[in-house]
Design a binder for this molecule. Structure first.
Ligand SMILES: [Zn+2]
Length: 407
């Protein structure tokens, strides 16, 4: 009996340790992939192009590590803006540049999804599968988007196309969603992971600028006075987006107030909700209704933007063009890309373009211009996931572009 007790204790200790390893490891993997997603969303150096994010059905994240088999997570979409509970996976193989780099695998086709879900996804390092990286290749071609998987490496705050070779296998303890494996307390980590994942997929590298007018608020019969009023109106339309860990309602990235002040809407790196198929463009809305049919005699406010508004718009547009390498050809009116009268036939778009072309020539000398004075107004509301819908106000039609999964 004297001998049996230490043996029993030893066995108990081993058993406890084994249980503890199984319990802790998924949490560690999940915490590390959550951190990776947050870093990726905030990095402004390089990014996964919007079209790849749109096309992605499942994503596999393998944090940096030196073990032969590296733990990570895999998640697949349930809807355009919702992801299933992450699965635990193991990656065996090698990455091209550094052995300890973070690996991201975007699964694009049904066949690859099936392989992943059946427990084994082969990832080839062929040069044919090199993934496009924004901003250099912000708009990838169809031949890139038709790949089964696109792989990336992330190290030193830099994203690059991945030269990954190996197999992603679903782990036995990852067969159920991790929320089934984890303890109650740890489900919080799953929620944080899913929030970070949703934010990441709602992140853009801006590729253009769309100019809008706000038109009038239907209940007021007058244009909104500030971002708070636009935000309140758009909240009723279900335009919310989870991005950078917050929920935003205002569809635009910037508003130009009547006195020429610039107010921030949703962050620049968050996908807009202002122009169908063009929500990787930044939306700037000038307060007012400048359409001769909607506001012929000025009964809904000034019929044209005032000089202060136009000066602020030019300053802001120029600043954004420099920051994101946007050419003048990708500064458009809403009615250039959609069936709408926005921003109104009295909006002096030609004058704006001439000004931008002139300032563009000046900027080519390398001289940096001062950042425009932007007022930040934060109005976040409780998060809800709702199906996004088309909404109409007088003269301004806003259609939320959801992340569409192309099959
Ligand atoms: Zn518009």
């Amino acid at each position: 009996m004297r001998i049996q007790l230490p043996i029993s204790l030893c066995l108990l200790s081993l058993f406890t340790r084994a249980q503890s390893t199984r319990a802790v490891e998924p949490e560690v993997a999940l915490s590390r992939t959550t951190q990776l997603l947050k870093e990726l969303s905030q990095s402004s150096v390089s990014a996964v192009p919007d079209a790849v994010l749109n096309r992605t059905q499942c994503v596999v994240l393998i944090p940096a590590g030196t073990h032969r088999l590296r733990a990570g997570t895999a998640s697949c979409r349930e809807t355009s803006d919702q992801w299933n509970s992450p699965r635990l996976v193991a990656f065996g193989g090698r990455s091209g540049s550094r052995p300890s780099t973070n690996i991201l695998i975007f699964v694009l086709t049904d066949a690859a999804v099936k392989s992943l879900q059946s427990g084994s996804l082969q990832v080839s390092g062929s040069s044919r599968t090199r993934a496009p990286v924004a901003p250099k290749r912000a708009i990838p071609g169809e031949h890139e988007l038709s790949r089964d998987v696109l792989t990336y490496e992330y190290a030193g705050h830099k994203l690059s196309c991945g030269r990954i070779q190996g197999v992603v296998r679903q782990r036995k303890d990852g067969e159920a969603g991790l929320d089934k494996v984890l303890s109650d307390a740890s489900r919080r980590i799953t929620r944080q992971y899913l929030s970070a994942l949703t934010s990441f997929f709602n992140t853009i590298i801006p590729t253009g600028i769309v100019i809008h007018h706000t038109a009038v608020l239907p209940d007021e019969g007058a244009p909104p006075r500030n971002k708070k009023e636009v935000d309140k109106y758009h909240a009723t339309k279900g335009f919310e987006i989870t991005c950078s860990g917050h929920v935003y309602h205002v569809a635009y990235h910037y508003l130009i107030l009547a006195n020429g002040r610039i107010q921030k809407g949703r962050p620049e790196r968050c996908e807009g909700a202002h122009a169908k198929n063009y929500n990787s463009y930044l939306g700037i809305s000038v307060i007012g209704d400048f359409d001769s049919r909607d506001n012929p005699m000025g009964e809904k406010g000034p019929t044209q933007p005032n000089p202060k508004q136009m000066a602020a718009l030019a300053r802001l547009s120029h600043h954004l063009m420099l920051r994101y390498h946007i050419p003048v050809s990708r500064v458009v009116r809403h009615n250039d890309i959609a069936v709408t009268r926005c921003p109104g036939d009295r909006f002096p778009f030609g004058a704006l373009l001439r000004k931008l072309k002139t300032s563009g020539m000046k900027s080519s000398s390398g001289a940096s211009r001062p950042r425009p004075d932007v007022e930040t107004v934060v109005t976040q509301r409780p998060r809800t996931f709702r199906k996004r819908v088309a909404a109409k106000s007088n003269g301004e039609v806003l259609i939320e572009s959801t992340r569409i999964i192309h099959r």
